[in-house]
Design a protein around this ligand. Structure first.
Ligand SMILES: Cc1cc2nc3c(=O)[nH]c(=O)nc-3n(C[C@H](O)[C@H](O)[C@H](O)COP(=O)(O)O)c2cc1C
Length: 305
């Protein structure tokens, strides 16, 4: 089993975005660990092609994690034994997703309210003979911040590391991530702790690491449209950097693994981020949105500086 260093900079699991292309480009720009978007354990067990389509990886990814979600230990165990997960270095379990459809099923952040079941889920995932980590939020709402107890319970169940998003379920993505609460978690457990939430540049990274003392930092939205955030935080100089080259690599990687119609539809969302703050962005976004073929989309990408 590969020894995992839970440290450095991590590209977060981002449903609809942390595809094989984004993971490749972010790895090349310095991301140490990359995560697939959340994958349904049950979906995998029942053999959904759509689920397996999310599991492509490239050799550029240094340490690869697959994130699964589910609340039934039976399906978690079956999922981690699935062939398609064997190429991943470790398994991350989603216990933070606030989306009602997920929570209603007892999955994602619903597990914050059922610590014994959350522990059973971790133990079931360990049957896959790989390290298991857990990503979760501070609690359900401000009145129920349970991150310290939850972290200890995950450690006791056998998790190798945890990632804490410094928001509650109720907050969704509003307000500011609470790094002080993550600092308490870091002090309470021996396993590595990764800080997540509102790290968007070197300044916020330094502040988050200084406040929390965490082992590493996970970035989600800050990497969308800006894969070089990892090099920037690490202080790696990129002479002659070209965003266009990164966008093209992202695009071409997706085309290698997915059907072109799927790529065309999905890439429009990425273009919205890649054009952020750019001059003439409205027109580029509009043209990308109206692109009817991969050739037309490529022409749009060629217009980036
Ligand atoms: C569009 C979107 C999709 C997300 N999908 C996932 C997911 O699949 N699994 C997960 O654990 N978190 C998911 N998250 C949460 C992020 O991983 C991260 O915890 C959150 O965005 C805070 O980090 P940030 O401030 O760096 O964006 C998602 C967030 C966004 C905005």
């Amino acid at each position: 089993m590969k020894e995992i260093k839970f440290e450095g900079l991590l590209l977060a699991p981002i449903a609809g975005y942390s595809d094989v292309g984004l993971r490749k480009v972010c790895s090349q720009r310095g991301a140490d660990i990359t995560y697939t978007e959340m994958i349904s354990a049950k979906g995998l067990v029942y053999g959904s092609d759509k689920t397996e389509d999310l599991l492509h990886t490239t050799d550029s990814e240094k340490t690869k994690a697959v994130q699964i979600f589910g609340c039934e230990p039976y399906y978690i165990e079956k999922a981690v034994e699935h062939n398609a997960l064997q190429k991943f270095d470790f398994i991350d379990i989603n216990m933070g997703c606030p989306v009602p459809k997920i929570v209603k099923n007892g999955e994602g952040s619903a597990l914050l309210e059922n610590i014994p079941l959350a522990q059973q889920v971790v133990k079931a995932a360990l049957k896959g003979q790989k390290p298991v980590s857990v990503k979760f939020r501070l609690g359900v709402d401000d009145e129920h911040i349970i991150a310290v107890d939850f972290a200890k319970a995950m450690e006791d169940a056998g998790a190798s590391a945890i990632t804490v998003h410094g928001r509650t379920r109720k907050q969704l993505y509003s307000g500011k991530a609470n790094w002080d609460e993550i600092a308490k978690v870091k002090k309470a457990v021996k396993i590595p702790v990764i800080v997540n939430g509102d790290i968007i540049d070197k300044k916020s990274y330094d502040e988050a690491m200084q406040i929390t003392g965490c082992d590493g930092a996970m970035i989600a939205r800050g990497a969308l449209g800006n894969p070089r955030i990892f090099s920037d935080i690490k202080g790696i100089e990129l002479p002659n950097y070209s965003l266009k080259k990164d966008i093209l690599e992202h695009w071409e990687t997706l085309l290698l693994y997915h059907h072109k119609n799927y790529v065309l539809a999905n890439f429009k969302k990425h273009i919205a981020y890649y054009t952020r703050g750019m001059r003439g962005q409205k027109q580029i976004k509009l043209d990308a949105f109206n692109a009817k073929s991969t050739e037309e989309m490529r022409e749009v990408i060629e217009r980036f500086d």
